[in-house]
Design a binder for this molecule. Sequence first.
Ligand code: OGA
Ligand code: MN
Length: 289
Amino acid sequence: MELELEPITPVLGARVRIGAADVLRPGVAEALLAALDRHDVLVFPRIGIDDDTFLALTAALGEKHEVKATDDGSAASGKGIFRVARDKDDRTQREFILGNDFWHIDGMNYAVPVKATLLKCERAPREGGDTGFASLRAAWEALPAARREALAPLRVGHCLSACLRRLYDAPTAADFARWDAVFARVEHPLAWRRRDGQTTLLIGSTANDIAGMDAAEGRALLDELVEWSTQERFTLRHHWHDGDLVIFHNAGLLHRSYPYGDGAGRVMHRTTLKGSEATTSGGAAALAY
Ligand code: OGA
Ligand code: MN
């Protein structure tokens, strides 16, 4: 099955020209997975699929993660869709969504990282709220060989507090306890060499420290690597319209939302697909985030 694909930048992203009625046809899921491996971000402009099609497409592509931790009582939530919106008075959910504004990788609490994330635009923001993607593969390949060699043996600790503490001037012990209950420190290789031979830097907002390195030094290295990886030449920025769908290869990218206000009316429906490859970190976190 041949998909009609239109590359977006020289290093990542492709627009997929397909109608809502065709996404569940035989062979489409396989073709989309192959396109995802190649382009990392697939954009379906204004495709306008409903939630049941969204869930069926997710199931056709792989195994969906459960998202109990972010259940908000909505109809979408009841179907196992995570509703990314700022209209609910729920602290955990609100922090999670505000934290999306920092470059990150989804599901770094798992020893087996999330394979892909699907975002469907229910209501485009009136202002702000684009989504950015940065190719960690391209960023890694562009590093000088000596630098790659120096980074290869390092290990990185990830935890939710590394990200969410940035939302507060003076986070309290109770804040840290709340975040640790969802996603306490998990260690991964900093430069994760995947089965397909590609290397992904496991960095972003949840990266907290480099194992065995002085805290300030580790912080500086992590910040430098995010800065390097999010240069314009490695990135793509998606401006949302109602009905857009984006599927992105989670572990090969950093992604983020750009700031938007509570009043922007932005609503996304989100599902995530389980990966099949452990970072060989050993300790698996049990809770979904
Ligand atoms: C997410 C996420 C970004 C966005 O849901 O995991 O990072 O733009 N969303 O909403
Ligand atoms: Mn995310």
